[in-house]
Design a protein around this ligand. Structure first.
Ligand code: HEM
Length: 460
């Protein structure tokens, strides 16, 4: 019998607007129909607004590549994330975005893989130190560890600091609350929920959690920003140093403190939450399919038998890379991208009025049976031959000019972390475990990922 990795079972009957609101409030993936996985273009109405879900390569190309200016990022996303991200490049549009990206690019030179690889490797070794202390006879949550190690890597590369256990817990806990409440706040807006029905607690938790994250980052940035404006040279060669030094050639001005805080907060969140999600889902899949786990292990032993992983030897891990790509297909961390129409337009004979919401979803495209054989099955060999994958049907890192700035960084980090874990341990999933998949800002498992780590005898 075939074993399929878990995904939320689609609903069969047409749901009322109330059911849809409550299902979306928990997780948008719970509101999908069977038909959503085969459709070319979905449409649903909320009071005074239409939301469209194009699910056709040609439409995805139009929105993300050829007519990208006509479909900017939706202002709701900007509003929803602003308590943490302020006005950072993840959500801005037009000239503001262009300028920010221009100013951020030199800083991003800092994350050239060869430069940050050693920092990633140090964090991976610290992770193994923590995992080694675990009781190898019990199933314990790997999601928490993946969240910590990916946040630690971002801390080391952006701020040249290790993440302490206490600081990590404070920020991660606050972000869990922020994820949950920000989606609720956005849905209240989209569904036009009247003020008297809105929860005051949700709003309070939303702003408070945002403040905790920003204050933690501001405390670290402030002394280094002050040092730079007092003309003291910054010794660290990290992204923060580069952001502090960058000058806008048109105005001659440097980033202000708040502008730097916005970009650092964005890089911190965009850079660890997504990778943590993808790592947890990949470990789930590897634990679910021991034969693929063994194949990945054999490859690691063949190419990286020495103690040190390097940029060069991890490049040879092609099967493991395909496992990771397939994991990103089944569980794309960013499962939907909201855009807005700036003028009336037509798609598949449907009229889209200016101001409509257009949602592009890699979750739906990656699982559409028109483009993928046995779409809900885990099969890393799909990526053996990239020519067989139709264009505009696979985009876990987005596409076009708004594509993820951290793609190379995330791929290297994930392969290194996976190789470090698989070379040291066999993974065993808790029997009968079913992840409680929640689709919010990223796709996470609400009940964690209980995995037993059994030390391999042939590698110590
Ligand atoms: C597996 C890991 C990751 C995934 C799946 C991912 C996915 C994405 C996606 C889908 C977008 C585009 C969203 C849209 O078009 O609406 C995006 C944008 C972005 N990502 Fe990532 N990301 C990952 C890791 C990272 C890392 C490690 C960094 C930074 C260190 C990063 C920084 C960014 C930034 C700055 C943007 C905005 C780019 C712009 O609009 O100009 N991401 N990411």
């Amino acid at each position: 019998m075939k074993i399929y990795p878990y995904y939320p079972k689609p609903i069969s009957n047409k749901a009322s607007i109330f059911t849809r609101y409550f299902k979306n409030n928990r997780s948008w993936l719970d509101s999908l129909y069977e038909r959503s996985y085969t459709m070319k273009m979905g449409e649903f109405k909320v009071p005074l607004l239409k939301i469209f879900l194009p699910n056709e390569p040609e439409l995805i190309r139009r929105i993300m590549v050829s007519e990208v200016e006509k479909f900017p990022k939706h202002s709701i996303q900007h509003e929803m994330l602003s308590p943490v991200l302020g006005a950072s490049i993840f959500t801005t549009n037009g000239e503001v975005w262009k300028k920010q990206r221009e100013l951020l690019n030199p800083s991003f030179e800092m994350v050239r893989i060869s430069h940050v690889f050693d920092l990633m490797n140090d964090a991976a070794k610290d992770m193994l130190g923590r995992l080694n202390k675990r009781d190898s006879t019990i199933y314990s949550d790997m999601d928490q560890e993946m969240t910590f190690v990916t946040a630690d890597i971002i801390f080391r590369t952006i701020l040249s600091q290790r993440l302490s256990k206490e600081e990590g817990k404070k920020i991660v806990d606050a972000f869990v609350v922020f994820q949950e409440t920000s989606v609720k706040i956005a849905l209240q807006k989209i569904f036009r929920i009247p003020k008297f029905l809105k929860s005051k607690k949700v709003e309070k938790d939303y702003y408070e959690s945002g403040e905790i994250i920003r204050n933690s980052l501001a405390t670290i940035i402030q002394p280094r920003y002050d040092a730079s404006i007092n003309n003291q040279a910054l010794s660290e060669k990290d992204i923060l140093s580069s952001l502090v030094k960058v000058i806008d050639k048109d105005t001659g001005k440097a980033f202000s403190f708040i502008e730097i805080l916005d970009q650092v907060a964005m890089l911190f969140l965009a850079g660890h939450e997504t990778t943590a999600s993808s790592m947890t889902w990949t470990l789930y899949l590897l634990a679910l399919y021991p034969h693929y786990q063994e194949e990945a292990y054999q490859e690691i032993i063949q190419h990286c038998a020495s103690n040190e992983f390097t940029v060069e030897n991890t490049k040879n891990l092609t099967f493991l890379t395909n496992v990771f790509k397939e994991s990103l297909r089944l569980y794309p961390p960013v499962s939907f991208f909201p855009r807005e129409t700036v003028e009336d337009t037509v798609m598949r004979k449907k009229k889209l009025k200016k101001g409509s919401i257009v949602v592009i979803s890699p979750w739906l495209m990656h699982r559409n049976s028109r483009f993928w054989e046995d779409p809900h099955m885990f099969n890393p060999y799909r990526f053996d031959n990239l020519d067989e994958i139709e264009k505009y049907t696979y985009f876990p890192f987005g596409m076009g000019k708004r594509t993820c700035i951290g793609t190379g960084f995330a791929m290297q980090e994930s392969i290194l972390l996976l190789a470090s874990i698989l070379r040291t341990y066999t993974l065993e999933l808790e029997p009968d475990f079913t992840p409680d998949i929640i689709g919010r800002l990223t796709i996470r498992s609400a009940n964690g990922m209980p995995i037993k780590l059994i030390k391999r005898l042939d590698f110590t």
